[in-house]
Design a protein around this ligand. Structure first.
Ligand code: PHE
Length: 370
């Protein structure tokens, strides 16, 4: 005869000792499974006499119930402990920094424009803007391009279809038409508020903006950006122009001394006209401004043509001025070393991640921009 109290003591001890659910299940199968120790005892009941059965039955059933309860209690305990352990281990630590998010980048052209604007703002220039869609008058005629003159063809203009009035508008080929919009005296433009309104001299403006020419190679894109400058006052001469450009170039390229030279050139709207070159080193992969003994053309400029002043209602005997026009994207490629201008507008996010700027840059000591 099996000693029931001994069996119960053994099973209780084993149930209490198991440390995980798998071990507990093994004990359950051993005791209560088909061939488990308690199941075998229950099978013996059928072979007992009624009297013995009356005596043994409640004991064996009691043992089965007690062990079943003990296993259930232990299971509950182990499950709670496992959950507590998981909760402790998987606790969310709110003091941890969040995972990094993908941040946008500032396009180099916009960065360069900001840098340029900061330098010119410091020199006392204010901002003016004009429309991208221009008419022939502002883009050419008022700027002293004679009618049907080949200089108009040089700009590879994108012309728009004729409008109801039989006029063909165009995508401005340079930012110089804004010179006209600002200088035109007595004009009351019915134009959106952001477009520059006319001013009386003295005038000291810069005009950043998009420009368009039907042209595409490593140094030309059909859309590009210019930054125009215009100064009109009494007794303005080329010395002022040279100082302004020299000062800008040294601040923009963050080099104390940059050697520059004026090369004679022709623009219909300036007389004399020049292109300014900077000394540079082109021997390596990147162009190094302010070193070496190569020259690089960097800006078109000149003294505002008397005809342009007269076209705007200003007396050329009273007022003089200078103007210049930078290629913004090109200045970016020179400062930040991009080999092909076309990549600037290819909308390749990998390019932008590589060449783009953080919106939260440390202040630039040269420009004071942040
Ligand atoms: N508008 C000229 C260009 O696009 C640049 C320029 C501007 C030249 C102002 C002289 C004065 O090439």
């Amino acid at each position: 005869m099996t000693d029931l109290s001994q069996l119960e003591a053994d099973l209780s001890a084993r149930v209490a000792a198991v440390q995980d659910l798998a071990a507990l299940e093994a004990v359950r199968v051993e005791a209560l499974g088909k061939t488990g120790s308690i199941s075998e005892l229950l099978k013996t009941l059928g072979r007992l006499s009624p009297d013995e059965r009356r005596e043994q039955g409640p004991k064996i059933n009691g043992l089965r119930d007690a062990v079943t309860l003990a296993i259930a209690a232990r299971k509950d305990h182990l499950e709670t402990a496992a959950l507590d352990a998981r909760l402790a281990a998987e606790r969310v630590d709110l003091s941890l920094p969040p995972p990094p998010e993908r941040r946008g980048r500032v396009h180099p052209t916009m960065q360069v424009m900001d840098e340029m604007i900061a330098v010119f703002a410091d020199l006392g220039f204010s901002l003016a803007e004009g429309p991208d869609i221009e008419d022939d008058f502002h883009n050419f005629t008022a700027l002293n391009f004679p009618p049907r003159h080949p200089a108009r063809e040089m700009h590879d203009t994108f012309w728009l279809p004729e409008d109801e009035a039989g006029q063909r508008k165009l995508l401005r080929t340079h930012t110089s038409p804004v010179q006209i919009r600002v200088m035109q005296q007595g004009q009351n433009h019915k134009l959106p508020g952001w477009i520059a309104t006319s001013q009386s001299p003295p005038i000291r403006i810069i005009v950043p903006g998009r420009t368009y020419r039907s042209d595409s190679d490593a140094t030309h894109t059909p859309m590009f950006h210019q930054l125009e400058g215009l100064v009109i006052d009494r007794n303005i001469h080329m010395g002022h122009l040279k100082w302004t450009l020299d000062t800008f170039i040294s601040r923009y390229f963050e080099t104390p001394v940059v050697e520059t030279r004026f090369r004679p050139h022709h623009f219909p709207f300036t007389e004399p006209s020049a292109e300014m070159d900077v000394k540079c080193d082109r021997s390596g992969r990147d162009v190094k401004i302010g070193q070496g003994d190569d020259w690089l053309e960097i800006v078109g400029c000149g003294m505002v043509h008397p005809n342009v002043l007269a076209n705007c209602g200003l007396d050329p005997d009273e007022w003089q001025g200078f103007a210049f026009g930078f290629g913004v994207d090109r200045l970016g490629t020179l400062k930040y070393g991009m080999p092909d201008l076309r990549d600037m507008f290819a909308s390749d996010v990998r390019w932008l991640e590589h060449y783009g700027f953080s919106a939260f840059q440390a202040p630039n000591p040269a420009t004071g921009l942040s």
